[in-house]
Design a protein around this ligand. Structure first.
Ligand SMILES: Cc1cc2nc3c(=O)[nH]c(=O)nc-3n(C[C@H](O)[C@H](O)[C@H](O)COP(=O)(O)OP(=O)(O)OC[C@H]3O[C@@H](n4cnc5c(N)ncnc54)[C@H](O)[C@@H]3O)c2cc1C
Ligand SMILES: NC(=O)c1ccc[n+]([C@@H]2O[C@H](COP(=O)([O-])OP(=O)(O)OC[C@H]3O[C@@H](n4cnc5c(N)ncnc54)[C@H](OP(=O)(O)O)[C@@H]3O)[C@@H](O)[C@H]2O)c1
Length: 382
């Protein structure tokens, strides 16, 4: 059943239970990347591999209490949520509003109320874009309240200058043909510190799933991604490049190709920092390689040696074979970091076409554009 037929959607999310929360990264890793399983029983929700799951998080109650204290509120004050519903201040700050990135309205309201913050009003001029980014970097709503203590608000005034808390999307890491009424996710928990404060910072949704959900339920919905499907032709070769959490949809692709008996060859490129601590789903991928469902498994551990080795370096090393797979009608997929990785992988694909297809840079561009047009080059990057 599709997510629309089930009646559950972004507007009407399903309250799901978390059944598994398991660390994938080992002792000594720089990361805390986890495998989650969310139970869809009773929802009728269906998904296809390539789709994402939307998750509505809640803010950390400890942060909510600090904000209430700074504002001099008890938390019991009646206010209106971002959806226009009545709620207590505590409930609204927990579930309805963003407490991480300060909004334009908050900064403007602070500028009006605290003379030492008057400069904030100018940060929204087009020529101050960089100054605004510098000011916002690493500052949350509590930082602003603690810096500009003369700014006082009534409860309703305060919530009016906050923005609505948004759901986060996560690439689905399972095929329903393999796992039934469940959905698997692979999530890197965001935690960091900032120079100006001792208070530890965390990503709202990744830390909520990792640490605060416990026995409760989490509102979820399926976000369809029609552009990121396995090939319709079961015999087509599939090349999947998924460093870090970018591996998630390819775990799902492999489950799907196995469950449907697709005969085409599968090649996974996976990259992370260290093989000893960051080899996500190592057992599963190695077992898939041994059983033959995964035809080729190529890894790039960037910090196992002095020089950085990334997935695109491995692609270039295997350029002749990769080009051959493409020439045989192969599909090329990439998932993960949009800012650097996806661009570098794209450049490597052009280089491979030049080197192994004897193309000029212009012809290589045409070739890669052709793959895109034929929907044989697909990206899910964030
Ligand atoms: C289609 C799609 C699929 C995705 N799939 C996955 C997936 O499979 N797995 C996954 O883990 N994520 C995935 N993401 C990313 C995910 O949606 C969230 O963006 C991510 O989990 C962070 O959300 P959060 O609420 O935990 O953090 P947020 O509360 O949103 O905080 C993140 C913000 O913290 C700030 N920040 C982070 N580090 C620092 C730092 N060192 N210094 C200062 N500020 C910093 C940045 O402003 C950053 O934008 C996907 C995104 C999309 C769009
Ligand atoms: N919006 C958010 O807050 C948020 C939250 C979680 C994840 N993300 C993003 O999601 C993506 C996945 O994160 P992740 O922690 O799982 O993994 P990641 O940061 O993408 O790292 C995975 C591997 O990719 C390597 N890498 C770094 N730069 C690369 C490049 N230009 N080309 C190819 N490989 C490169 C890393 O090496 P080195 O580390 O050794 O350089 C590491 O070995 C990233 O974009 C991350 O920023 C964003």
């Amino acid at each position: 059943m599709s997510s629309t037929e089930s009646g559950y959607s972004r507007k009407n999310p399903f309250p799901a239970k978390l059944s598994v929360n398991r660390k994938l990264t080992g002792e000594g890793s720089n990361k805390d990347t986890r495998h989650f399983e969310i139970c869809l029983e009773g929802s009728g929700l269906g998904y296809e591999v390539g789709d994402s799951l939307g998750v509505f998080p809640a803010n950390n109650p400890a942060l909510v209490e600090l904000v209430l204290k700074e504002l001099g509120f008890t938390g019991e004050e009646p206010v209106t949520t971002a959806d226009g519903a009545p709620a207590s201040m505590r409930e609204a700050l927990t579930k309805s509003f963003i407490l991480t990135e300060p909004s334009k309205q908050l900064l403007q309201a602070v500028a009006e109320r605290d003379s030492s913050g008057a400069f904030l009003a100018n940060l929204f001029l087009p020529e101050e874009k960089t100054a605004l980014e510098n000011f916002l970097w690493g500052r949350d709503v509590l930082d602003v309240l603690q810096e500009f203590t003369a700014a006082r608000f009534t409860p309703e005034e305060f919530v009016k200058v906050l923005r609505k808390l948004q759901p986060r999307l996560y690439s689905i890491a399972s095929s329903q043909r393999a796992v039934g009424e469940s959905v698997h996710l692979t999530i890197a928990v965001v935690r960091y510190t900032v120079e100006h404060s001792k208070r530890e910072r965390e990503g709202v949704c990744s830390s909520y799933l990792a640490e605060r959900l416990n026995e409760g339920s989490v509102p979820v919905f399926v976000h369809t991604a029609k552009h990121f499907r396995v090939p319709e032709n079961p015999d087509a070769p599939v090349i999947m490049v998924g460093p870090g959490t970018g591996i998630a949809p390819f775990r799902a692709f492999l489950q799907e190709r196995q469950a449907t008996g697709a005969k085409g060859p599968n090649w996974v490129f996976f990259g992370e920092q260290k093989s000893s601590t960051d080899y996500l789903y190592q057992d599963e991928f190695e077992a898939a390689a041994s059983s033959g469902i995964l035809t080729k498994l190529t890894t790039a551990f960037s910090r196992d040696q002095a020089e950085k080795i990334y997935v695109q370096h491995r692609m270039l090393e295997h350029g002749a074979e990769l080009f051959d797979w493409l020439q045989k009608g192969g599909y090329f997929y990439v998932c993960g970091d949009a800012k650097n990785m996806a661009k570098d992988v794209d450049a490597a694909l052009h280089t491979i076409a030049e080197q192994h297809g004897n193309m000029t840079p212009e012809l290589a561009k045409e070739y890669v554009d052709g793959l895109k047009k034929e929907k044989r080059y697909r990206k899910d990057v964030y």
